[in-house]
Design a protein around this ligand. Structure first.
Ligand code: 0O2
Length: 227
């Protein structure tokens, strides 16, 4: 693709007509949308099975997003990568994003393991910001996975970024995200310090909720066995 085509892509966030003109780029975005559908369905299937077999839903909600064209171009420029579809596919693994919100921390690891066990899923990268939170207090489990999509004439392998978090981690990250993208925030340091403090509080809370949940599950099991 030519440089001017990428300029058009950058301007095309709100213009479906313009994007439709960008044949190869629009195709690539369609492949990523298909990859999101594949991975989202895998999580929904797991949640459904848990709901029937264990009478509970480990997944609270799932959000998906496709990176905006302008953000793709901005990231390519920032990383000094060429403006090409090849550069996007080979270097940008967060075009297709899926966020899985779980009630409990253990469910995050269960869901991640169950996804990674599937024989068409390949793990490309794993970042565990729960075991090792970021300096600012950010916690989540990040996976980059390779998933095949089956089109009418070919099979393609696409990368999808999966973020798994508890409800509390997600609540925290949404608020912190606002701080990052606001340009002129007064008291930014104080806000960052309070966010770090709250991150510790929710880490403790997640742990306490997990413990209580395990106690309830154990009691249910004992009752089932007539103990
Ligand atoms: P958006 O708008 O959510 O997409 P990368 O720059 O992506 O190649 P990086 O930064 O090492 O590499 O990737 P990482 O650490 O896996 O983080 C990618 C995404 O995780 C971010 O995407 C955020 O969604 C989330 N994330 C990571 N760190 C933080 C954090 O400190 N606070 C919050 N709120 N979210 C975080 P984007 O592209 O930054 O944003």
């Amino acid at each position: 693709m030519r440089e001017e085509d990428f300029k058009k892509i950058e301007d095309a966030d709100n213009s479906v007509e313009l994007l439709a003109e960008m044949g190869p780029f629009a195709d690539l975005m369609m492949y990523y949308r298909c990859a999101i559908m594949e991975v989202e369905t895998k999580f929904r299937v797991l949640n459904e099975q848990f709901s029937v077999q264990y009478n509970r839903n480990p997944i609270e909600s799932i959000n998906t997003r496709l990176k905006k064209p302008s953000s793709i171009v901005e990231k390519l420029n920032r990383k000094k990568l060429p403006l090409s579809l090849k550069a996007i596919e080979e270097n940008m693994f967060d075009i297709a994003g899926i966020r899985v919100i779980c009630s409990f921390e253990e469910d995050i690891y269960t869901m991640a393991d169950l996804l990674l066990q599937q024989d068409d899923i390949l793990l490309v990268e794993r970042k565990d910001y729960i075991k090792e939170p970021k300096e600012n207090g950010y916690r989540s489990l990040h996976l980059i996975v390779d998933v095949p999509i089956f089109l009418s004439n070919e099979k393609r392998h696409m990368k999808v970024e999966v973020q798994l978090r508890t409800i509390a981690m997600d609540f925290w990250a949404s608020l912190e995200h606002k701080l990052k993208y606001k340009k002129h925030v007064q008291n930014a340091e104080e806000i960052a310090a309070r966010l770090r403090m709250v991150a510790d509080v929710i880490t403790e809370m997640d742990q306490a909720m997990q413990d209580i949940h395990n106690m309830i599950e154990l009691r249910d099991e004992m009752e089932e066995h007539g103990e």
